[in-house]
Structures are given as C-alpha cells and as structure tokens.
Write a protein that binds this ligand. Structure first.
Ligand code: NDP
Length: 328
C-alpha cells in the first residue's frame, strides 16, 4: 500500500524535508499497522525534522511523535482491524517512522485504545504536549498541590504544553499566572483561564538572589534555565514545581537553599518512556473528569503541505497553542 508522508533527508548540504509517497513495506516491523488520521506538531518533531541527533539518528526519516487513527491489522490480540487508537512517545517519530506519515507500524505495547469520551481529533489536539501538561498537573497534585495551595505558575504559556496546562489548571479551580514572551497573546491566555500574565523578563528578575518571596502554590515549567529556578525560589513552603522542558536552557542555575529552607520539591516529568498503564490512566482522566471541551480554542489545523512552515515557527518560539495535523 502507498501512503503520503513527510520525509526528512540528509545530504552534504544539510537536512531537507519533502512530501512524498511511501510504501507500507518500508515501515519497520511491528505488531500493529495503523492508518493515521491525525498527528500533531510538538517541539521535538521540529528537532527531528531539522536533524537534531539527540532526537533522530537515522535519515531519511518521517517524524511525528504523535498519531491517532484506526488499526488496519494487528498480530497482537489486544487490537483488531477498525479499533481507534492513540500512540504517543516511546520511539515513535524518533527513530521509528512517525505520525507525519499516513501509516505507522508499532509494537502493541505502545498503543492505547482511544478512551470513551475523547475522539481521535481531540486526542491529537492534546497530543504529547497536552498529555505532558496533564502529567505535570497529576504529579503536582500527587505531591499535595490543591487550589488552596496558592497561584500556580505556568511558563512558556502560549506553547503546546503551557496552553493546555493553563486551561486544565483553570478548569480544576486553580488561580493561574502565565509567563509569556508574546505581549500580543494576553487575551488568548485570559481566554484559556489565566488570571495574571507576566513577561519573561519579570520571570527572570531576581536570578542573582538566593531566594525569592514565597508566591507559588505550584509551577509547571516548560523552559528550564533561570526561569525554572526563579520559580523554585518563589515556591511557598512545601510546594512543588514540575519540570518538563528546556526551550530556554537545559541548564539550571541552582542552589540547595529553596530545598533545605522551604522544603520544596523539583519533580521530573517524562511522557516518553512512561509505562503504558500509567499512560492509559492519564488518557482516561483526560477523557473524563479532566475533559477539556474548549480544546478548539487551542487548535490550529495543519496539512502535510503547511507543516514545514509550522516547523520553522515552533523552532523560533512563535507557535501558539497546538498544531493539529489532519491527514487526507
Ligand atoms: P512550544 O514551542 O509549543 O512551546 C514553548 C513555549 O516556550 C513557546 O511557545 C514560548 O512561549 C516559550 N519560549 C520559547 N522560547 C523561549 C525562551 N528562550 N525562553 C523562555 N520561554 C521561551 O513547545 P512545547 O510546549 O511542545 O514543548 C515545551 C517543552 O517541553 C520543550 O522543551 C519540549 O521538548 C518539552 N516537552 C517535554 C516532554 C516530556 O515528556 N518531558 C513532552 C513534551 C514536551 P511564550 O511565548 O508564551 O513564552
């Protein structure tokens, strides 16, 4: 069978991307062959599409760490033809041909049955970014965060993880402070539920001070660097920050002071290798008590033809909300 896909190729001049026709036989071996209806654009996809060796080592390659669609065939009894499924993380789109193609073939233990309460499109408006936002909130609540803890800081707030985190926290009754570098997107963030919005400069202020005023009942950080550790220094006693991203920097200018003086926690968040059973539980929550009916406010529809420009935008930090890739 033939299908359409983005293909990233490596040559002496660097990396280039094109939309092309591929064959099912070119896909890696695996238990479940899936007709992909939707994927989504994540920061990591942009890294894969531009040759970042930390994400993808072997080219030519079809990126796309997210995919939702219908099973064509399965050698594993858990799934049968026609089942609606979601695949995010593990090796999909990294060194395994990903959701920027209309077909994928993957091991059965990467595949989650679409939970009742979500449709395929909604699952990909969320995608890895939305799932990770939910995982951050889940870990913060497991560490004791409640709406009474105080305002929750969300950094990189107009991005994929950030925008879903703002929306979910607001829905759960938290007071949300959003950090953004996009002055023109304040209305968008208010619409998602942020009650206070601050600029990146304000979030970086005081980076040279050992501690900051106790302000935050929790924090979701997608950017790393000074902004992350300033947020840790501003946590209230016993509160936690969930760290999932590094768009500003993977380095943290840290000291032990907030940990030993304020009893705060720095929580690591990884959605990629999270065991399938835990992935299923988070998807189940997103389909039920954490369902976000206003997801359309985040959605920007992309096709294979418009994907390349959106990849450039996300690399430049200009993306707002979630890019949904619709396959025809
Ligand atoms: P996006 O590009 O959609 O969002 C990132 C946002 O960060 C931007 O929109 C921008 O928001 C802000 N930003 C960009 N550059 C800078 C900068 N230099 N300093 C401060 N803020 C900046 O990316 P995603 O939301 O998809 O991903 C965010 C991060 O989370 C990435 O590092 C990604 O790799 C990581 N991630 C990790 C996962 C995990 O499992 N741990 C899973 C998914 C993502 P604004 O203009 O509003 O400030």
């Amino acid at each position: 069978m033939s299908f359409k896909a983005m293909l990233v190729e490596k040559s002496d001049d660097g990396f280039s991307r094109k939309i092309t026709t591929r064959e099912t036989d070119e896909l890696p071996p695996g238990d479940v062959l899936i007709q992909v209806a939707y994927s989504s654009l994540n920061y990591k996809d942009a890294l894969s599409a531009t040759g970042n060796p930390g994400v993808t080592r072997n080219y030519p390659h079809t990126p796309g760490i997210d995919a939702a669609g219908t099973v064509i065939s399965s050698s594993d009894n858990t799934f049968g033809a026609g089942d609606e499924v979601i695949v995010i993380g593990f090796d999909l789109g990294m060194n395994t041909s990903g959701g920027f193609g209309q077909q994928i073939r993957v091991p059965a233990d990467w595949v989650v049955a679409l939970p009742q309460g979500l449709d395929l499109q909604q699952s990909m408006v969320l995608g890895t970014a939305g799932f990770t936002a939910a995982l951050c909130v889940h870990k913060l609540e497991a560490a004791g965060m409640t709406p009474d803890s105080g305002p929750v800081l969300v950094t990189g707030a107009t991005g994929g993880v950030g925008s879903v985190a703002v929306m979910l926290l607001a829905k759960l009754g938290y007071e949300v402070t959003a950090v953004t570098g996009k002055a023109e997107q304040h209305d968008f963030l208010r619409q998602l539920g942020a009650s206070t919005i601050i600029g990146r400069d304000e979030a970086r202020a005081g980076a040279d001070r050992p501690m900051l005023k106790e302000t935050w009942g929790g924090a979701v950080d997608t950017v790393g660097g000074e902004i992350l550790f300033n947020a840790v220094k501003g946590l209230k006693y016993g509160c936690s920050l969930a760290a999932c991203g590094l768009v500003d920097s993977p380095a943290i200018p840290a000291s032990v002071l907030p940990f030993i003086l304020r009893n705060v926690n720095l929580l690591g968040v990884d959605s990629v290798q999270l065991p399938l059973a835990q992935k299923q539980r988070i998807w189940q929550k997103l389909a039920t008590e954490w369902q976000l009916p206003e997801l359309d406010a985040l959605k920007r529809t992309l096709t294979l033809d418009s994907l390349s420009d959106a990849i450039d935008e996300i690399l430049q930090g200009r993306m707002v909300g979630r890019g949904l890739l619709v396959h025809d």
